[in-house]
Design a protein around this ligand. Structure first.
Ligand code: FAD
Length: 425
């Protein structure tokens, strides 16, 4: 560790994935000063991914979401303030204001996450029965709606919307997904990956409407139907809005911090004002000449841990190693890398082992829902990212290649008979 006097009091605003990782890393690195973690939500720091997966399905209970045991905070001398919103930040005076309290800091980290976009009130987004999907409180509000036979319309065909649709189908609801863009997953994945998930949802009985926006939500007091821009009307008992998030940067903005696709940080996680840092969903960081922002657990942890190290004087730059996953029905999607700027797709469909056993050794790849498939994204010769559906080997190989900044011969990748592990040599 370089010669660096540790700050006397570090305050972290936002007790989510990044905030929790940051304070834990500080203590694990030997930081012995005062440490305060402030979170607006009533729940202790928890993981969000199961909110649209196993937790929504009722397969796991709330305690399984907690990132740390109840005793962890006290044992590590971390002052955890829950149900406490930071209302104001004074970067000059180095204070944050909570209801009834002003706290001074030596170093401040903003880990405020993101807020779900809402369907505008002007089109009925404020009707009862319309839900965002971001927090435990959101799930508590919508939980009772998930009953067999009820009609759900999911607005937005991104991962969270599709996961909610999959859970609803498993419970026995009738589900329609409406996506305004020409296709589902348009912002995050190639058409080939979208095709896979469309087929998967169709096979499970979900109706998907693409390329048509929502004109308004109809109902008296409570939503009764979703009216599309082409005039179609879809009856709905409730609506889940999975229409993306916006970084929670209002506090930073009001304190005069530079905002650029979230709270702008440099490669070390420092904001534009001294002694203020940012990490996770709320922060952007330099990448390929711009300011990138990632919305994933892996990034929240890595970014927060980097800021923790830099608070203690490490002076390290952030090198993102993006990875992500999604669970829908029997499909586990794993994503490695960032596909931004790809100009070529290579599709790899390994032979289905069971099918080969049933139909003889000459059986070709079996295309169908929940089979293995991986989509490899290239820019020129450079491998950028891999979407691996039910193919952990493709994910593992792709991730290792991308992190080592190596590529993979597209012809080998596309050949279902090739041994992917050879690519690592
Ligand atoms: P958060 O976890 O959102 O934490 C920020 C916290 O700050 C919040 O609790 C917020 O209330 C608090 N806060 C904000 N402002 C203030 C304030 N002024 N005062 C006090 N507290 C404040 N990622 C994956 O990698 N894989 C997945 O499968 C996946 N699935 C997901 C499913 C769902 C339903 C959701 C919502 C997210 C999913 N994600 C997934 C994304 C992942 O959960 C986020 O990227 C991650 O939680 C970001 O961590 P964070 O700490 O930056 O933000």
């Amino acid at each position: 560790m370089p010669d660096h006097a540790p700050p006397a009091h570090i305050v972290v605003v936002g007790a989510g994935q990044a905030g929790a990782a940051l304070v834990a890393k500080l203590r694990a690195s030997g930081y012995g000063g005062r440490l305060t973690l402030i979170g607006e939500e009533a729940a202790p720091p928890y993981q969000r991914p199961p909110l649209s997966k196993a937790y929504l399905l009722g397969e796991i209970d709330e305690e399984r979401l907690w990132l740390r045991s109840d005793s962890f905070w006290q044992e590590h001398d971390i002052t955890l303030k829950l149900g406490a919103r930071v209302l104001a930040l004074n970067a000059k005076a180095k204070t944050v204001t909570l209801a009834g309290e002003v706290l001074s800091y030596d170093e401040l980290v903003l880990a405020t996450g993101a807020e779900p976009r809402r369907l505008p009130a002007a089109i009925g987004g404020d009707l009862a029965g319309v839900y965002p999907l971001r927090s435990l409180a959101d799930i508590a509000r919508m939980r009772a709606e998930f009953q067999p036979g009820r009609r759900l319309v999911v607005v937005g065909g991104g991962y969270i919307g599709l996961e909610a649709a999959a859970v609803a189908r498993k419970i026995g609801l009738s589900v329609t997904v409406v996506e305004a863009a020409p296709r589902i997953l348009g912002r995050v994945a190639a058409a080939e990956t979208a095709d896979y998930f469309r087929a998967l949802h169709h096979a499970h009985g979900v109706r998907i409407i693409e390329g048509v926006g929502v004109a308004r939500l109809a109902g008296t007091g409570r939503v009764e139907a979703v009216v599309l821009e082409d005039g179609r009307e879809i009856a709905a008992d409730f609506v889940v809005a999975g229409v993306g998030i916006t970084p929670a940067s209002a506090l930073a903005e009001s304190a005069g911090l530079a905002i650029e696709n979230g709270i702008r940080t440099d490669a070390r996680g420092r904001s534009s004002r001294p002694h203020i840092w940012a990490a996770g969903d709320c922060a952007s960081f330099p990448l390929d000449g711009g300011q990138a922002r990632l919305e994933s657990v892996g990034h929240a942890i890595d970014h927060a841990e980097l800021v923790a190290a830099n608070l203690l004087g490490a002076a390290q730059d952030y090198h993102a190693k993006p990875w992500f996953w999604s669970d829908q029905y029997g499909c586990k999607l794993q994503i490695a890398g960032l596909n931004t700027g790809y100009d070529r797709i290579v599709r790899r469909a390994p032979p289905d082992r069971d099918a080969a056993r049933d139909t003889g050794p000459d059986a070709g790849p079996v295309a169908g829902p929940e089979t293995a498939l991986s989509i490899w994204y290239y820019r020129g010769d450079r491998l950028l990212a891999v979407d691996a559906m039910n193919d952990p080997r493709a994910y593992m190989v792709g991730k290792r290649l991308i992190e080592a900044q190596k590529s993979a011969d597209p012809a080998l990748v596309a050949d279902p008979a090739s041994d992917l592990k050879l690519l690592l040599r």
